[in-house]
Ligand binder design. Structure first.
Ligand code: PLP
Length: 427
């Protein structure tokens, strides 16, 4: 067993000053129990905690660190920008370079606006869809998470699912009533909702590959049919690529699945570990944003130069090195194949979902295709599995409602160790 005494003491102190001792609820280990580890530093594929223990990192800051921690070029770009200025609140060429690079990587983006988080990106995209269509309602899917704005908390995945929050405190009923909930991969249900309410529906927002209820893939023709319905009924199709953007391919899930939205939202990888989000898409829709139009959206630190330096350098590396995506997919498939063979041999029912460098394990018997099947997993087994991995130096998300993220720094040695640790788990 690792010595965690410094983390335990740090967490005790933290709870005197910060609600629950954490600045984002999923870090609190509430579902799995025990003390969250306080980190000291990270390099490549590894995290190091206050007590000096090291872990292979499968959270990667919940997605951003696709190149691994402390990538030399990214660190250099940030250091060099920090010498120039932290922030101006005036336009910079770095923002133009960033927008131009994203347009090159994602062909259906005509205009793109930077913000500072995925939440901001999604809430701004929804306001824009409402302003463009002059309609109020939105459709979102059970178990999908689009940040913590009022419209998104109903039946959300991620921390709300982890903590079992059913009644979202502080959200006005009139706002929640405008959010219609649908089941992922149930196209008949969507067709029915649209048939009945299309004159009121401004947008459909979804995670093309869901990562906030484990990793859950769209079934054949599901996204394609939504694309068609949106076009037919003047509904803005928003793909939330905060997790999948620049991760599943240069052009994100849109490119990997060959389905193209009207608006796309980004976060995580786009900032290379700095607080960045963005939303972009069709010119006629994006032109409704102030100062061009009357849909207002703004941000003191939007397009922050240091954040742009980290994000631009990360995206440039991904754009110039397509082999990274092949390597990520290969490594993740290696994990999947080894786990599948092992659990089959042991006659254990475990569902393993994988897409690109996202993967999740569910301790249940039925395939996981939506939130209710994801919720059928055995939580007690997950807890034991999580702590087994942690004790053996493999750092997983502390919830079955979260995907693992593989980074390019995870190489053969880390894959081998992870397979050894996972296959040594008995229940
Ligand atoms: N959208 C998705 C798909 C996410 O996974 C997240 C965060 O995990 C968000 C939006 C919100 O992003 P942020 O936490 O940067 O506000």
């Amino acid at each position: 067993m690792n010595n965690n005494s410094k983390s335990i003491e740090a967490f005790r102190l933290a709870q005197n000053h910060i609600p629950g001792g954490v600045n984002s609820p999923v870090r609190a280990f509430q579902q799995v129990g025990g003390t969250p580890l306080f980190m000291s530093h990270a390099k490549g594929a590894y995290l190091y905690d206050l007590d000096g223990n090291s872990y292979i990192d499968y959270i990667n800051s919940w997605g951003p660190m696709i190149l691994g921690h402390g990538h030399a070029e990214v660190v250099k770009a940030v250091q060099s920008q920090a010498q120039q200025a932290f922030s101006f609140g005036a336009p910079t060429c770095a923002e133009v370079d960033m927008a131009a690079l994203i347009k090159k990587m994602v062909p259906n983006i005509d205009l793109i606006r930077m913000v500072s988080s995925g939440t901001e990106a999604c809430m701004s995209a929804v306001r824009l869809a409402r302003g463009f269509t002059k309609k109020n309602k939105i459709i979102k899917f059970e178990g999908h998470y689009h940040g913590h704005a009022d419209s998104f908390l109903k039946k959300a995945g991620s921390g709300l699912a982890t903590l079992g929050i059913q009644q979202e405190g502080g959200v006005p009923k009139c706002v929640a009533d405008d959010t219609l909930i649908a089941t992922f991969n149930n196209i008949e249900q969507i067709e029915k909702i649209i048939e009945q309410q299309h004159t009121e529906i401004a947008c459909i927002i979804l995670e093309p590959v869901a990562g906030n209820m484990g990793c859950v893939l769209p079934q054949k023709n599901f996204l394609e049919r939504i694309r068609t319905l949106c076009t037919q009924h003047n509904i803005v199709f928003i793909m939330d690529e905060v997790m999948t953007g620049f991760r599943l391919a240069r052009g994100g899930a849109q490119e990997k699945l060959n389905v193209w939205a009207d608006l796309v939202t980004y976060g995580k990888v786009i900032g290379g570990g700095m607080p960045v989000g963005a939303f972009g898409g069709r010119k006629d829709i994006m032109s409704c944003i102030a100062p061009l139009g009357n849909v207002y959206q703004a941000g003191t630190l939007s397009g922050n130069p240091i954040a742009m330096a980290a994000g631009y350098t990360t995206l440039s590396i991904l754009n110039n090195t397509p082999s990274i995506y092949q390597q990520l997919e290969r490594a993740t498939q290696q994990l999947k194949n080894a786990f599948e063979i092992h659990f089959k041999t042991k006659q254990k029912e475990v569902q393993i979902n994988q897409c690109g460098s996202m993967i999740s394990l569910h301790f249940c018997t039925q395939p996981v295709t939506n939130f209710s099947t994801a919720s059928a997993g055995n939580n007690e087994t997950f807890k034991q599995f999580f702590h087994h991995c942690l004790a053996h130096g493999v750092y997983l998300p502390p919830s079955p409602f979260e995907t693992w993220f593989i980074s390019a720094a995870i190489q053969d040695a880390e894959i081998k160790k992870t397979i050894d640790v996972v296959t040594a788990f008995h229940w």
